[in-house]
Design a protein around this ligand. Sequence first.
Ligand SMILES: Cc1cc2nc3c(=O)[nH]c(=O)nc-3n(C[C@H](O)[C@H](O)[C@H](O)COP(=O)(O)OP(=O)(O)OC[C@H]3O[C@@H](n4cnc5c(N)ncnc54)[C@H](O)[C@@H]3O)c2cc1C
Length: 910
Amino acid sequence: MAQFLRCHRLLKKFCTAPLSSRLSSSNAAPSAVPYKSLKKDDVSSPVAVPKEADVVIIGGGIIGCSTLYHLTKLGCTNVVLLEKDQLTAGTTWHTAGLIWRLRPNDTDIQILNHTRHLLSEVLEKETGVHPGWINNGGLFIANSKERLNEYKRLMTIGKAFGIESHLLSPEETKKLYPLMNVSDLYGTLYSPGDGTVDPAGFCTSLVRGATKAGAQVIEKCAVTGIDVSKNDFGTKKISGVQTSAGTIKTDCIVNCTGVWAPYIGQMAGVKVPLIAMKHSYIVTDKIDGIQNMPNARDHDLSVYLRLQGDALSVGGYEPNPIFWEKVEKNFAFGLFELDWEVFGLHLEKSMHRLPALEKTGVKSTVCGPESFTADHKPLLGEDPSLRGFFHGCGFNSLGMNAGGGCGRELARWVVRGRPELDMYGYDIRRFSEKLTDNKKWIKERSHESYVKNYSIVYPHDEPLASRNMRTDAFHEELLNSGCVYQERLGFERPGWFSPEGSAPVKDYDYYGSYGIPENKDYTYVERLNEDYTFQFPKHHEIIGRECMGCRKQAAIFNMSYFGKFFLSGPDSQRAADWIFTNNVQKAPGSTVYTCMLNKFGKVEADLTASLLTPEDSSIFGSEVEKGFYIAAGGAAAQQNWTHINNVIQDEKFNVSITDVTEGFGLLSIQGPKSRELLQSLTDADLNDESFPFSTNKIINIAGAKVLAIRLSFVGEMGWELHIPYDKCVQVFKALMDKGQQYGAINAGYRSIDSLSLEKGYRHWHADLRLDDTPLEAGLGFTCKLKSQTPFLGRSALEEQKKTGLRKRLACFTIDEHIPLWGLEVIYRDGIIVGFLRRAEYGFAIGKSIGYGYVSRPDGDVVSLDYLKSGTYELESMGIRYPAVYHAKSPFDPYNLRVKGDYSGPLPLDK
Ligand SMILES: Cc1cc2nc3c(=O)[nH]c(=O)nc-3n(C[C@H](O)[C@H](O)[C@H](O)COP(=O)(O)OP(=O)(O)OC[C@H]3O[C@@H](n4cnc5c(N)ncnc54)[C@H](O)[C@@H]3O)c2cc1C
């Protein structure tokens, strides 16, 4: 009764409409899930466990069950799932079970689509167990024009994956969902294929499929310890799992223990960066007329309405979620009491959208634990510090939706060594090991991601939580010059430079929740708000000026966040030959742009490797006979580092690799005036003969010894200066002072993104990813296939060369003056053949440009002739625009500018 009274008070507080008598007839709302659970009273503890297993999965929630199932599908059947209580006992049993698929990310869509495929097409046929799938459709509700634009984007990208969806007007929405208040709607997106799942059915069917194939599930068997050993080479690896019923010898575990995952991590000395929160929904009494309605998500109001028979489950994402600070180890089939003060906001919003709720009582409440992460994406994949320890946790209230697809990718990861989809956004390696045990970072970022879960996903949004974790030597100087920073891997990197002055990032204010005063007069937030559009942002022209400053004079880019590694030792040449696709058997002083592949020929990274003379290598500590200095994109530095180290371990190369990232700043000076500017500050000869493209040497500049590398990420003549940390500011000041004479300006990553795409350079994890090969990406020139030197991934590329490419990266421009953002769909002769991976506005050519992979509807080989012969259109937010295919980059196709040949005019000046 007390609960009801609290609820009643809240409803009164939040509702303007009077509460009806029906509501007051609602009795106290018990904590109870709205379906049957798998809880049984007669499950006893096992007396023994198998002596050994190929894989041990820890945790019997949806992720453990799905991974088990998919492992058996790959023929891995000597596998055991251990559950400390009974299947589903953690978070899974009380899920709301909504299944959606349209998200602004193609990997997410494929992951979610696989879950639905299992539920609707596979599991019942295969196992005879109904997986609890109900296909009642899903409705996204737009309360603003920009939200509707986002839905249009989702509708468009959905087409590339065969996901049916329709934009509905408010009137059409009312027809579909008569109980809905549509008075303030801009429209809705209806996806008839979506639905809901009952967790007990889903897990039972997966486990039935897996055990039929030979897998074992052992309930009432808690994991109490993890055995870790070292091989002869000193590599740490999993060697066993201790349980309440004995030890299992294994070299592979998958940690699928949800909010308990950090405990398993602790047993093995592995950091698991997630945090537990209390997440809730309520189940209403019967609502007349609600039967057969689709589930609805009102993102702007941050609530969902899930059909539950003749009632609804109502939940959402509040600004002040409650953290479960001390996760109880023995919690099973448990729920917390709902805090109505926190949940009340959702009542107000849901009653606004569905006025019938005002007269409806609350049948039960469900408040349970769920794990959340710094970017609202799960933690998957092998840990960088411990071989054989796979993460499968941190599902951010998306585990039912993502469980099927993530289980499949995890199984591939375990069995084949790598997943098939581009899972970088889910991979534990996307976070720096320097942050993953930082409790403040985990809590702040997880809070912000939770609160923003339903926010519009704008391409240039940035977090406010836990900023300034890693700053470089130039940070203050650039901040004072108006730098608007972006955050990548914990590092602050320059985004763009505002003429309106400095925009520092403040300490996180939890958006004013928990009694923390909200940051006021927050210029950085104002700058971000200007980016919250799918049109050209307010500062589009400013970024244009940076780009054209680079194309016409010189721009100084601070790229210090780059990962910087030094590889040396007796096997360094052998290791570099094997790890890098490009020929690195070169004289000291050479710099090589190269890819790194896995055994499937897929691109794990692209980077530059500089061969140093013994004297020059002393800048990194000591003179070595052969040293490779590696500079890799900062956002993926952990990924690069882990890949290189894993290969070194696998191949037992006798080398040492040192991370020198923090010890060096990196300034890149690019543009026609870059040489004159630099030459005015150094006595080293920078002419083409002495310092050609793709070479490096130590030079003195402004009193500092720096490693200069002649390279470009933007398609201009330019040099990177790798500067010892304590000399950074003096070099920067000298460059800026002298730079005035040459029209040099500061420029940021927004410009690099635009300039690089205009020139046709690839960005890893955008137009070049883990699901692409260099041949498909047009980077065959980085692969030493004509040499006899073996390298990792070579045989896969040779095979692909023989059988032909089934997709190819292609460049398109449109004449229409609209921005492209990526995820636009590519039509060739009226048929969908792909979607844009990356898109930018090219200021020198004055057009929007997009790159995407084209494949043939019949799955056949994509030849260059096939690409050239089509008539193309790009669909952006539901509208098709004629597009031009470019066989070569539309900007400087013959690479004259990087070589210092500025004889030709810029395209728009012609
Ligand atoms: C209120 C609420 C609503 C939600 N709604 C949705 C939704 O609509 N759609 C959606 O997709 N997702 C939703 N979710 C999220 C989804 O339910 C979870 O993401 C998912 O259930 C997590 O599954 P899991 O397997 O990672 O974890 P769990 O289900 O928690 O499984 C972990 C298991 O590990 C076991 N374990 C722990 N320690 C040990 C040990 N030492 N030894 C052996 N076993 C151990 C536990 O007992 C537990 O059974 C919701 C979550 C909540 C809380």
